[in-house]
Design a protein around this ligand. Structure first.
Ligand code: 2P0
Length: 347
């Protein structure tokens, strides 16, 4: 276990005033994607994945115990959470209570800074922050590897947001306790410090939830097995490229992995089409940026937005080039962001 994995998580109180434990976590963008579970309950993925934690759009979550209350209370961005989100948070708190051997209910207050309508998922930063704040509030002192396994239970990609910079999520092996123990995230050393330009495409109709889409892909896409096999090779290759500091190779692997995933989803029945015509226009522009001599590579998650990996020096030129693409609603430039931090109680 590295020193970073063992380090206690500490943080500053930057919002959600009150008592209890407060955590801040950032979203991550996968360069080699996670898509599909071998165990839904434990959130054990079919393949490993690798991501970069970003330094934009943090989630801040405060968890305070309510010893006299009969229910949990969950507030998201100043409002009572709707039923779906509330149940997901309550189930996650049940896991934490089981681990801590305690039964008090809790108040959860979460602020997401992702701009409304940005179409960026917040479950990774959301469950990373909730795992850190809830475990601290219930008196659990988890090392970061264990915290990543806990966050994974809320949302798979959340395990990667426990750490900053480049992060590898090990798929692990087997099922049950063996699968759970072996399935965790860890930070990777790399001298690479790139930019990620996130192009927000006008969102349009609500996308199919990724959980449902993953099931549908595994069950019906004839391309899924070969994509999953290729993921293992891509994971090896991208780690070598990270060690070598080869941004061009990292970008090429990431772009092939993402487009391969979207091809796999397009082949599902019914077809899962997260990419929109505007996403394709951005991909065309990224090709032209490369033809103009700038190494820039695209990746796409479960939605129409496109993130473009490039060097810090080239990010202004990439932003300028993407600004002209029809249908780009906003552009955000991200860099490597930090892992989760937590403060209080008694931290
Ligand atoms: C990823 N995505 O690796 C992939 C690529 C989206 C596309 O992880 O079911 O919210 O909660 O474990 O983590 C989005 O799915 O799914 C995701 P669950 P999650 O980032």
């Amino acid at each position: 276990m590295s020193r970073d994995e063992q380090a206690p998580v500490r943080g500053e109180d930057r919002g959600c005033p009150g008592t209890g434990a407060l955590a801040v976590a950032y979203p991550n963008m996968a360069l080699v994607k996670y898509w599909g579970k071998r165990d839904e309950e434990l959130v054990l993925p079919v393949t490993g994945s690798l991501s970069m934690t970003l330094d934009i759009f943090p989630t801040t979550t405060r968890v305070t115990l309510r010893p006299r209350a009969a229910t949990d209370s969950v507030r998201l961005n100043g409002r009572r959470a709707e039923a779906g989100a509330r149940v997901r948070v309550e189930r996650f708190l049940d896991l934490v209570r089981d681990l801590a051997g305690r039964s008090e209910r809790a108040r959860v207050i979460t602020e997401n800074t992702v701009p409304t309508g940005a179409g960026l998922a917040s479950s990774a930063s959301g469950f990373a922050a909730l795992a850190a704040a809830a475990s601290a509030a219930y008196g659990l002192r988890l090392d970061r590897r264990t915290l990543s396994r806990l966050a994974r239970r809320g949302s798979g990609s959340a395990c990667r947001s426990i750490f900053g910079g480049f992060v590898l999520w090990h798929a692990g092996t087997g099922f049950g306790a063996v699968g759970d123990e072996s399935c965790y995230a860890e930070p990777l050393r790399s001298a690479i410090d790139p930019a990620m330009v996130v192009a927000i495409v006008d969102a349009g109709p609500k996308a199919l939830p990724s959980r449902t889409a993953m099931r549908q892909t595994i069950a019906t896409s004839p391309l899924y097995r070969s994509w999953a096999r290729a993921n293992s090779a891509a994971l090896e290759q991208i780690q070598a490229a990270l060690c070598a500091g080869d941004l061009t190779e990292i970008g090429a692997i990431a772009e092939q992995n993402a487009l391969g995933l979207h091809a796999t989803m397009l082949a599902a029945r019914p077809s899962i089409r997260y990419v929109a015509p505007r996403s394709l226009s951005i991909l065309d522009r990224v090709d032209r940026i490369r033809a103009e001599g700038i190494p820039a590579y695209a990746t796409i998650d479960a939605g129409p937005n496109v993130a473009v990996l490039c060097s810090r020096q080239d990010s202004d030129r990439v932003v300028a080039a993407l600004r002209d693409v029809d249908g780009v609603a906003a552009l955000h430039v991200a860099h490597r962001g930090p892992g989760v931090t937590v403060s209080g109680p008694d931290r």
